[in-house]
Design a protein around this ligand. Structure first.
Ligand SMILES: Cc1cc2nc3c(=O)[nH]c(=O)nc-3n(C[C@H](O)[C@H](O)[C@H](O)COP(=O)(O)OP(=O)(O)OC[C@H]3O[C@@H](n4cnc5c(N)ncnc54)[C@H](O)[C@@H]3O)c2cc1C
Length: 409
């Protein structure tokens, strides 16, 4: 639909990825009287949402991430009620393999926290139990953690489902329209600028993911290009239930569309000191999804290097000469501590930031959408500790936020 710029809105949400779309839905649901617009430069879900690995897990080391995962999984499981269609949940499980005994002990500590937060199907497996249960692991490992109800889903079904449900609740969804600027006067947002037009808004939410700094240069979110690879159909063995398997918190692989495998990893440094971020180049308006030299499908390129790393624990990748049918890339939207920002801007009244999920935005989109809606409505956060854990202030001051995450892949 087109938005009449003469009609002011209460809330303009910029960016219709999973987080913007979820925010629009939970906000409209909680406050049906509000006039809400969701503005997207391309189409719903076309940013990082369309390019993700689509996996979801409850295995994190920080309490807030475990809670965000648990709340989100509940929403995914009842998604049909929200949107009229499901999100294609495939609960193939998540298996974190560790070769280093100390790393396994740290992971076992995280499992205790996850169980305390209500994730009752996550377990620690030690030594030969891993190989007994997962015969594809054919080299010695110290152990693993395993959660069978983790898995993957269809990210576009999530984004499109939330957007459609929001539209049914009266949200105006405008696609193919770039927001050129957030209009500010007297320290408060006035609205958003679309070319010559100003759409007036009481509050503006930037849910623009990796593109955040084009509209808010002071917000520490850096785009980091990441690759994923897909094998051709594998006829020699049944890979339909191959769990999401992560080796030493590094390379990972899972089944894809039942007859293939998909894998990824990125060794390029993603630990970004706060001072470094402002110097990182902002993403151009048209993101570059070209496959860089060295990241293609050939045997001497990165996709095979990842397989080689994985084959240190899973030998059949090499024995059966698994190849690469497709390589694709997208952008992680990375904050200094790999955790989303959901906060009011300290310097601009009425501006709310909701981005920077740093590689777990799909799996946490329902929780982040709820929290952003709570913030816009000045209601207590539905997730205990969410305000502090996702605050912008400490990042701007170069300080650590509470409850840090270290299970980052
Ligand atoms: C290779 C890869 C693998 C990943 N794997 C996983 C995974 O397994 N599990 C998981 O949970 N997450 C994963 N992620 C991360 C996940 O994709 C993101 O965290 C999530 O999509 C972020 O959603 P978002 O809504 O914040 O951003 P986006 O989906 O990028 O949405 C932002 C939207 O804002 C729009 N926009 C930007 N600027 C403007 C403007 N000026 N005007 C109008 N619109 C604008 C963009 O077009 C875009 O649609 C992966 C990401 C990549 C790249």
């Amino acid at each position: 639909m087109t938005l009449d710029p003469r009609e002011p809105v209460d809330v303009a949400i910029v960016g219709a990825g999973v987080i913007g779309a979820a925010t629009a839905y939970y906000l409209a649901q909680a406050a049906p009287h509000l006039r809400i617009a969701l503005l997207e430069q391309d189409h719903v879900g076309s940013g990082s949402t369309a390019r993700s690995f689509a996996a979801y897990r409850k295995q994190f080391r920080s309490r807030i991430h475990v809670l965000a995962s648990a709340v989100s999984q509940r929403e995914f499981e009842r998604f049909e009620e929200i949107a009229g269609h499901d999100v294609g949940l495939r609960q193939i499980g998540y298996l974190f393999l560790y070769r280093d005994p100390e790393a396994l002990e740290r992971a076992a500590g995280a499992v205790a926290l996850q169980r305390e937060c209500g994730v009752d199907d996550v377990v620690v497996l030690r030594g030969d139990d891993v190989r007994g249960r997962f015969p594809f692991v054919d080299s010695p490992v110290a152990g693993a953690t395993w959660c069978p109800s983790d898995g993957y889903l269809d990210p576009l079904a999530v984004a499109a489902g939330y957007a459609e449900a929001a539209r049914r609740l009266g949200v105006a969804i405008v696609q193919g329209t770039r927001v050129d600027a957030v209009e500010v006067a007297g320290g408060r947002v006035q609205g958003v600028r679309l070319g010559q037009d100003l759409v007036r808004a009481e509050q503006v939410v930037l849910a623009t993911g990796a593109w955040m700094r084009a509209l808010a240069p002071h917000v520490p979110i850096a785009p980091v290009k990441r690759y994923v690879y897909i094998s051709p159909r594998i006829k020699e063995r049944d890979v339909s239930g191959f769990p999401m398997t992560v080796l030493d918190l590094g390379p990972y692989v899972r089944s894809e569309a039942r007859e293939s495998l998909a894998w990824g990893f990125d060794e390029r440094p993603t630990e970004l000191a706060p001072g470094e971020i402002p110097r990182a180049a902002p993403l151009p308006p048209e993101p570059d999804y070209a496959i860089e030299p060295g990241y293609g499908r050939d045997h001497d390129e990165y996709g095979f290097e990842i397989l080689l790393r994985l084959s240190e624990a899973i030998g059949f990748f090499l024995e059966e000469e698994i190849g690469i049918a497709d390589a694709s890339c997208g952008y992680y939207e990375v904050t200094p501590d790999h955790r989303v920002i959901i906060d009011r801007d300290p310097g601009i009244g009425g501006l709310v930031l909701a981005a920077g999920a740093s590689g777990h935005g799909i799996m946490h989109a329902p929780a982040y959408g709820m929290l952003t809606a709570d913030l816009l409505l000045d209601r207590p956060a539905r997730l205990e500790g969410g305000r502090e854990a996702f605050a912008l202030g400490p990042l701007l001051a170069g300080e650590a936020r509470p409850d840090p995450e270290t299970m980052i892949i």
